[in-house]
Design a protein around this ligand. Structure first.
Ligand code: ATP
Length: 147
């Protein structure tokens, strides 16, 4: 089924803003970004990324939605504690969590990103992570658009 990432993100961002009282800005280059997929699962992916951005940063969170002829791209960017370079290759593994000591009491099981990766691959998408300690983290998911 076609799922519109713009309306999905708009609804979720509104809910997160209300619950956590944090600024979250949506930037988009088009009014809709339809991809073929499972709405509930895609919703879960966005929740996992927003939830991490909330947990591991205190500043504004930015979400970028972009589409061109071939791809739908969603980026979630925070300006938080970041992920050390040596941990970055592992954060998508089940139960992997970066050094507990450096974290606030944020809970978490280390499953979020593993689940997100799984769902994205089910949709034949790619996840890229870019992060720098004490600077922030950017997660980018690229989906092929239905044709
Ligand atoms: P949960 O299962 O509740 O999401 P979690 O946040 O520990 O728990 P993952 O979402 O899988 O688990 O993330 C794995 C680890 O990657 C986290 O423990 C955290 O150390 C690191 N991480 C994930 N997202 C971010 C982020 N936006 N900024 C900094 N570190 C992050």
């Amino acid at each position: 089924k076609p799922v519109d990432l713009v309306s999905l993100c708009t609804i979720l961002i509104d809910q997160f803003k209300q619950v956590y009282d944090r600024p979250i800005i949506l930037h988009k280059n088009s009014e809709s970004v339809f991809i073929e997929g499972d709405e509930l699962k895609l919703k879960q992916v966005i929740i996992i990324f927003l939830d991490n951005a909330i947990k591991y940063s205190t500043d504004v969170i930015e979400v970028f939605l972009e589409s061109n002829q071939h791809k739908g791209i969603i980026q979630i960017k925070d300006y938080g504690i970041g992920i050390p370079e040596e941990d970055q290759p592992h954060v998508f593994e089940r139960f992997y969590r970066v050094d507990k000591a450096r974290k606030r009491d944020s809970g978490g099981s280390g499953l979020g990103l593993a689940i997100a990766k799984n769902i994205v691959s089910l949709h034949k998408g790619e996840i890229h992570i870019q992060s720098k300690e004490h600077v922030g983290t950017e997660i980018k998911v690229i989906f092929s658009l239905r044709n």
